[in-house]
Design a protein around this ligand. Structure first.
Ligand code: HEC
Length: 117
């Protein structure tokens, strides 16, 4: 019984990091089909390299919607969070439809984007 409890504790401790959300993996699963982090635009969206702190619609050479290019301002945490939670509410008419419903997932993805300078 004691051994079983110890085992359970050890297992729980090793399994715990798997529950922490991995921004890179989330980005690869939910964003990479349309966005690169290399500075090259495409396949469907603008490059997100350096997007944190950048002006809205600021990736050179990308044909943004009017909704995003006319909005103004820059991508702070709050703007990124609002856009990812409801793109069409943040910028009605935006070409991006994908949303990230879970706030923790958004936070993890945004933290990862901030490392991609
Ligand atoms: C199906 C394609 C698609 C997916 C998947 C997608 N996006 Fe987008 N994204 C776009 C398009 C298209 C735009 C351009 C929007 C516009 O011009 O209105 C965009 C724009 C953006 C912008 C604005 C960038 C700028 O330069 O102003 C951010 C930030 C962004 N996406 C983040 C994300 C994140 C984070 C994910 C993953 C959770 C994601 N996107 C998933 C297509 C996509």
């Amino acid at each position: 019984m004691r051994l079983l409890m110890t085992l359970t504790l050890v297992l729980a401790a090793t399994a715990a990091p798997a529950f922490a959300q991995d921004g890179a993996a989330l980005f690869n699963a939910q964003c990479k089909s349309c966005h690169t982090l290399t500075g090259t635009n495409g396949p469907a969206g603008p490059s997100l390299k350096g997007v944190a702190g950048r002006k809205l619609a600021g990736s050179p050479g990308y044909a943004y919607s009017k909704a995003l290019s006319a909005k103004g301002g820059s991508w702070g945490d709050a703007q990124l969070d609002a856009y990812l939670s409801a793109p069409a509410a943040f910028a009605p008419g935006t070409k991006m439809f994908n949303k990230v419903a879970d706030p923790k997932t958004r936070t993890a993805i945004i933290a990862y984007l901030k490392t991609q300078k």
